[in-house]
Design a protein around this ligand. Structure first.
Ligand code: SAM
Length: 170
């Protein structure tokens, strides 16, 4: 099974708390193994995401990285494909076959993404060329290349139902 990691750039504690958490939960739900985030270190982000993993299963981990470029260089040396999601990129659908079963790190931005991330990426890809968000682009992209995540070691499981809420303790 291919390894999928995500790098969320430029997290700002005051403005991005909810959206960065949603990026992380989206990464987990659609099969990524790990999310790194750069910008401001925010222990509440790691803690809240890692708590969800403890409850609903993994493997998935959130971790801070001080230097996104250094991380991407390391991943490149280990044979990972670097995919940067950006409204300015080429349509991701063009690369659907090339992306299946590849180890990759998917980069999503915040307010502004520095030029060096476009340069280091193997692929700069868009999910439509309309501006939307890091959560929606990541969800659509990961769903396409991976589908739903599969989880082990959960303490609880939500069982989908037509009405109401079913939470089963395991
Ligand atoms: C609020 S947007 C910022 C847009 C920014 N000007 C840029 O460099 O793309 C935050 C992030 O959402 C993602 N994003 C937004 N629209 C996208 C699209 N149509 N396709 C792919 N990614 C998108 C990108 O990862 C972007 O960095």
């Amino acid at each position: 099974m291919a390894i999928i990691e995500v790098l969320r750039l430029n997290h700002r504690i005051a403005r991005d708390k909810r959206i960065s958490t949603h990026v992380a939960l989206t990464a987990r739900a659609f099969g990524a193994n790990k999310i790194y985030y750069s910008g401001e270190r925010d222990s509440t982000l790691d803690t809240s995401v890692n708590k969800i993993t403890e409850k609903f299963g993994g493997p998935f981990k959130a971790e801070y990285t001080e230097n996104g470029i250094k991380l991407l260089k390391e991943r490149k040396d280990n044979g990972f494909l670097i995919v940067h999601l950006t409204v300015y990129g080429e349509d991701f659908k063009k690369y659907q076959n090339k992306l299946k079963n590849k180890n990759m790190i998917v980069v999503v931005g915040g307010e502004k993404v520095q030029r060096e991330f476009y340069d280091i990426a193997d692929l700069n890809l868009s999910v439509t060329n309309q501006p939307h968000s890091e959560v929606s682009s990541l969800a659509v992209f990961l769903y396409d290349v991976h589908g739903y995540g599969k989880f082990k070691g959960a303490k609880a499981k939500i069982v989908g139902s037509a009405k109401g809420k079913i939470l089963k303790q395991i």
